[in-house]
Unconditional design. Structure first.
Length: 244
């Protein structure tokens, strides 16, 4: 991108015009966030049993002492050798926010279908301290449409992001929000897929105010430049957002 070089006065006029748009965007975003928080809840009838580092743990137990639970649907399949680069990029940002989230009555857990031993090995490699459990032995991933069924894979048509897509992947990314009331009942409050949770990526937010921006061409995404954070100084690797 080439930039016009102008006087300070001309620059200031252009900046003020953009500022008006930024303020309008902020107000629109605030209104959208209010609508998101006001969504109705639906009961979660199954208290899914996951495998954790020290044994089985139920969905209701993942809240700990909190009333809100944020679940990261992490792309790490049973046969994968490492976690998805995009999910790892997102988790780097969430990990830094955990003390603040905890102070606001929020528990966080990542969920993947890989066996817990493989999950723990990758979690230690990345240096993350958040909770992570395996859904290998339950239907959680299928019920929340982040793992393709055998039929979806066979027909190359998968229900994802609230509609049937004309493709299918064995594992996909997303986040889900659950709430627990005073009686201990668990409710599904929200789920977001695709780019719906992009706001958590503060790296993107910073790049978006810099002249070069994200430097992602049309049709590209973070898989064309993001690496696992322990590999930026290593030899070039083939871009792959989807792990195994």
């Amino acid at each position: 991108m080439t930039h016009e070089i102008v006087s300070r006065e001309t620059w200031l006029a252009a900046r003020k015009a953009l500022l008006a748009e930024e303020k309008a965007f902020t107000k629109a975003k605030d209104a959208l966030s209010e609508k998101r928080r006001a969504l109705p809840w639906t009961p979660v009838d199954e208290d899914y049993v996951f495998e954790g580092p020290v044994g089985p743990v139920r969905l209701s137990e993942l809240f700990g002492t909190k009333s809100q639970l944020l679940v990261k649907h992490f792309m790490l399949g049973p046969d994968w050798t490492e976690g998805c680069i995009g999910c790892s990029f997102e988790s780097d940002h969430i990990a830094a926010a955990l003390p603040h989230l905890s102070a606001k009555d929020v528990a966080f857990v990542a969920v993947a279908r890989a066996p817990i031993d493989k999950i723990e090995a990758f979690r230690r490699r990345m240096g993350w301290e958040f909770a992570w459990v395996s859904s290998e032995k339950n239907r959680f991933n299928y019920d929340y449409h982040v793992t393709a069924t055998a039929d979806e894979l066979a027909n190359n048509a998968q229900y994802y992001n609230y509609e049937v897509q004309d493709w299918a992947n064995d594992e996909l990314s997303g986040v889900s929000v659950f709430a627990k009331d005073e009686q201990g009942r668990v409710f599904h409050a929200y789920s977001s897929f695709g780019r719906g949770f992009e706001e958590v990526l503060s790296t993107y937010a910073i790049l978006d105010i810099l002249p070069k921006g994200r430097e992602e061409a049309p049709g590209e995404n973070l898989s064309h430049w993001v690496k696992h954070h322990d590999r930026y100084d290593a030899k070039p690797e083939t871009p792959n957002c989807c792990g195994g």
